[in-house]
Design a protein around this ligand. Structure first.
Ligand code: ZN
Length: 294
């Protein structure tokens, strides 16, 4: 990291920013006690960490990892979006209005911090590698899938349980591209798990390695890429992303995002809450809130 970037690096509460090797940044989700669940703070801090890596001309490759046993439990369902104080955060998009009432506020919040951030990180110019262990659930996929390469440990497992919550898949709808059409349907319809080996078979991950070797393997891969000229890496990434976008990916994403938010509105009209209260996630969230109060 350059001295200039070091001076600019803010202190994060939920993110670690490391330089494990020359030209390599390692950004670590650091809420292990919460299985790295993503609240508003974590997502804005993660976005700031990506900005540091973008602005530092010495950095060529970014690794995204999670502290503890699990990569990420997804979005933090303990956080009430209506009670979030947005004053510490600088908006990244222009929709804003996160505090507005009704579907307006919720749509705009999700457009910024879920679809907006994940798409922004997918278009992050330098190569990125996700380093994944343990559980990676729903919103967790929205951090992993935007990365260019994915390395996971043999104990990694993945799930998008948003259909069980009464929603049309998580907000960053990369499922058809990561899993293929039939498996995307099955895994969403069932809200079921798929393991590291299945993820590899489907082409969703580049490598599966023993848990103990995960950080070293990922860093070795990052160091190998970091030997290449940065401008060529950026141009290659853009070229491949363009191939996917030219086939209509962004249109697919936006259409699903509207359907996802229709689900939130339906749940709110029918049940008075954003997710179906009969879902397993809602039951767990209620149980956790009850235990916290006791
Ligand atoms: Zn949502």
């Amino acid at each position: 990291m350059t001295d200039n970037a070091t001076e600019q690096a803010p202190t994060f509460e939920t993110i670690l920013y490391e330089n494990p090797a020359p030209h390599v940044a390692r950004i670590v989700l650091n809420r292990p006690a919460m299985m790295n669940a993503q609240d508003t703070r974590l997502l804005y801090e993660l976005n700031s960490a990506f900005n540091i890596a973008a602005r530092d001309d010495e950095i060529k490759v970014v690794i995204l990892a999670g502290a503890g046993k699990h990569f990420s439990a997804g979005h933090d369902l303990h956080e009430d979006p209506r009670k979030v104080d947005y004053s510490p955060y600088e908006p990244v998009g222009t929709w804003c209005g996160f505090g507005c009432e009704g579907a307006e506020g919720h749509f705009q919040r999700e457009k910024e911090i879920y679809l907006g951030f994940s798409e922004r990180w997918r278009n992050f110019a330098k190569p990125t590698i996700a380093e994944v262990q343990g559980a990676c659930i729903a919103g967790g996929l929205m951090l992993v899938w935007p990365c260019d390469l994915i390395v996971c440990s043999d104990d990694a497992r993945f799930m998008d349980n948003t259909v069980d919550m009464g929603l049309a898949g998580a907000e960053f709808f990369n499922h058809p591209y990561e899993l293929g059409i039939r498996k995307a349907k099955e895994l969403l319809f069932t809200s079921g798990w798929w393991d590291a080996q299945e993820a590899h078979r489907l082409g969703m991950v580049n490598h599966v390695v023993p848990r103990a070797e995960l950080p070293e393997f990922t860093l070795t891969l990052a160091k190998r890429i970091a030997k290449m000229p940065l401008f060529a890496l950026k141009c290659t990434k853009e070229a491949i992303n363009n191939a996917q976008d030219a086939a209509g990916r962004s249109t697919v994403m936006n259409a699903q995002f509207a359907l996802h938010n229709l689900g939130h509105s339906h749940n709110m009209m029918k049940y008075g809450m954003m997710i179906d209260p009969n879902s397993e996630a809602a039951a767990k969230s209620k149980a956790a809130a009850y235990n916290e109060k006791k």
